[in-house]
Ligand binder design. Structure first.
Ligand code: SAH
Ligand code: SF4
Ligand code: F3S
Length: 429
C-alpha cells in the first residue's frame, strides 16, 4: 500500500508528519514516488488563518478526483482543522474516510490498518507518548524535536489553544532518547513548542533543558521555536550566549507595536517591555539576529497603531518577518470584537508591511557582506553552479566549489548579496 502525506501549517505539523510517516513505514506502507497513484492520502491540516483553510480546501477537492478513478482510495484528514471542525468535515468533504484529531498522531497508522472509518478525536488532556525511536524524517540534516504540545496563552486572535489543547511538556528522557536516535547525518535540531519558554517537566525549566542539550550534543547546531516575549527569561539568554552551538538567532513574535492593541490581543507585554528584552538580548549576544511575526488589521487597529507596527520593523532591524492580515477565527475572543477592520484596509496594511519587511531584510542582508558566517550546507542551489546552505539566522547563502561538503557546517566569508540571497566563499580550515 502506498501513501501520500502532505503537510500544511507550522513546524508542529511537520514534526507530527515525521511520526505518521514512520509508523506507516514501519507497518509496511511506502510513500509514493512522483506520478504514482496513492492508496491512502493523509493531509495534515492547519486552521490558523482562513487563507490556510482555503488552500487546503482547493487541494482536498483536487485530490478527490483520484477517488473517482480509484474508489477504494482511503482519504484521511489529520491535524488542527480536523480537531476544529470534527464531523462537519464529512458533510463538507463527502469523500473523506477518516478525520483524526491533533492528539491522536500516534494512532493514525493503527486506525488506517484497522480500516476505521469516521471521526477519531478526543479531548487533549494527557501527555501523549510520542515515538522517540528512529524516525523516517524528511530532511537528512535537520530534525524537529517537539519538546511540548499545546498552548495556554489564549492570545485573543488565535485558534491554536483550542485545537492543540493545553500545554504539556515532554519528559527529558524522551527528548534525549529522540536526539540519541537521530541519524548520523543530522547536523541541526530545532526544539519545538508553541511557547518553548514555558517548558517545565519535573522542575526542569526551558533554559536548563536548553543548556543540558547544547552541552550534551555539542556537535549539533541548536535552534528553538517559538519564544513568547513575555516568557523569554534572562537565564535562557545567558544559556544562548554561553553555548557556541546554539544559533545566535531568535524568533520573537511582536504581533503589534501598539500597547493598546497588544492589550486587546492579550499578549501580556508592552512595546517598551519588548524593546527591553531585545536590548537585553543584544547586550548578552551582540551578534543576535531577530525575526518576528506581525499581524495587520487586528480589530480596532487605527492607522496610528498600524504605523507603530510598521516602524518597529526598522527599529528592531528584523532579519525576517512573517506578516499576516488578521483573520477572524471562530470561537476566539477577537472574532467577536465589534470593531472589525474592513478586508480592504487589512489587505492594504499587509501590503505596506510586506514592502517594509522587504526593504529591511535586504538592508540586513547587505550588512552581512564582509562578515564570517557558519553555514549548514544543504544541497545544490536551484540555479547557478553553487551549493546553498543556511546561516545561523536562517539566511540562504550560495557558495561555489563545496559539493563535497554538503551536510557539513562550514565557515564562510560573505562576499556579496542580491535581494534576500547571500554569496560567500569557503574559509579553509
Ligand atoms: N505559538 C507561536 C505560533 C502561533 S501561529 C507564537 O506564539 O508565535 C503563528 C503566527 O500566526 C502567530 O505568531 C500570528 O502572528 C499568526 N496568527 C495567529 N492567528 C492569527 C489570526 N487569527 N490572524 C492572523 N494571524 C494570525
Ligand atoms: Fe497562539 Fe498566542 Fe499561543 Fe502563539 S502564544 S499559539 S499566538 S495563543
Ligand atoms: Fe496551523 Fe495548527 Fe500550526 S493551526 S499554525 S498547524 S498549530
Amino acid at each position: 500500500m502506498k501513501f501520500l502525506l502532505e503537510t500544511y501549517g507550522c513546524q508542529m505539523n511537520r514534526a507530527d508528519a515525521d511520526r505518521i510517516r514512520t509508523d506507516l513505514s514501519n507497518s509496511g506502507f511506502t510513500e509514493i514516488e512522483k506520478n504514482e497513484i496513492p492508496d491512502i492520502i493523509i493531509l495534515l491540516s492547519c486552521s490558523v488563518r482562513q487563507h490556510a483553510v482555503e488552500r487546503l480546501h482547493g487541494r482536498l477537492w483536487s485530490l478527490a478526483n483520484i477517488k473517482r478513478i480509484k474508489p477504494e482510495l482511503k482519504f484521511v484528514l489529520v491535524g488542527c482543522l480536523a480537531q476544529e471542525k470534527k464531523s462537519d468535515l464529512f458533510d463538507k468533504y463527502p469523500f473523506l474516510n477518516l478525520v483524526i484529531g491533533t492528539d491522536q498522531i500516534n494512532l493514525v497508522a493503527d486506525l488506517i490498518i484497522r480500516n476505521y472509518n469516521g471521526l477519531y478525536t478526543v479531548q487533549h488532556n494527557e501527555n501523549i507518548p510520542l515515538n522517540s525511536f528512529k524516525l523516517t524524517r524528511s530532511d537528512p540534516f535537520k530534525a524537529d524535536i517537539p519538546i511540548m504540545r499545546g498552548c495556554n496563552n489564549f492570545c485573543t486572535y488565535c485558534i491554536v489553544p483550542y485545537v492543540r489543547g493545553r500545554e504539556r511538556s515532554r519528559c527529558k528522557e524522551e527528548i534525549i532518547k529522540e536526539i540519541d536516535n537521530l541519524p548520523e547525518t543530522t547536523k541541526e535540531i530545532l526544539l519545538l513548542g508553541q511557547n518553548v519558554n514555558s517548558y517545565i517537566f519535573d522542575n526542569l525549566s526551558f533554559s536548563e533543558l536548553l543548556d543540558l542539550i547544547s552541552k550534551k550534543y555539542n556537535n549539533l547546531r541548536i535552534r528553538f521555536l517559538t519564544s513568547h516575549p513575555k516568557d523569554l527569561d534572562l537565564k535562557t539568554i545567558e544559556v544562548m550566549a554561553s553555548n557556541d552551538n546554539i544559533c545566535k538567532h531568535i524568533h520573537l513574535p511582536i504581533q503589534s507595536a501598539s500597547d493598546r492593541i497588544l492589550e486587546l490581543m492579550n499578549r501580556k507585554y508592552t512595546f517598551s517591555e519588548f524593546d527591553k528584552k531585545v536590548e537585553q538580548l543584544k547586550k548578552f549576544i551582540p551578534s543576535i539576529s531577530l525575526s518576528t511575526d506581525i499581524i495587520a488589521g487586528f480589530p480596532s487597529e487605527t492607522e496610528e497603531d498600524f504605523l507603530k507596527s510598521l516602524n518597529s520593523i526598522s527599529h528592531f532591524g528584523f532579519c525576517s518577518a512573517f506578516t499576516y492580515k488578521y483573520s477572524p477565527r471562530n470561537g476566539t475572543k477577537a472574532s467577536e470584537f465589534i470593531n472589525q477592520i474592513p478586508e480592504e484596509i487589512r489587505k492594504e496594511r499587509l501590503k505596506r508591511l510586506i514592502q517594509e519587511v522587504e526593504k529591511e531584510v535586504i538592508l540586513q542582508t547587505q550588512k552581512q557582506i564582509g562578515k564570517k558566517s557558519k553555514v549548514l550546507l544543504e544541497g545544490k542551489s536551484h540555479y547557478g553552479n553553487t551549493c546553498m546552505g543556511r546561516d545561523e539566522a536562517n539566511r540562504v547563502i550560495h557558495i561555489k566549489n563545496v559539493e563535497n561538503l554538503i551536510g557539513e557546517v562550514i565557515e564562510v566569508k560573505i562576499t556579496s548579496s542580491s535581494g534576500w540571497n547571500l554569496y560567500g566563499d569557503l574559509i579553509p580550515e
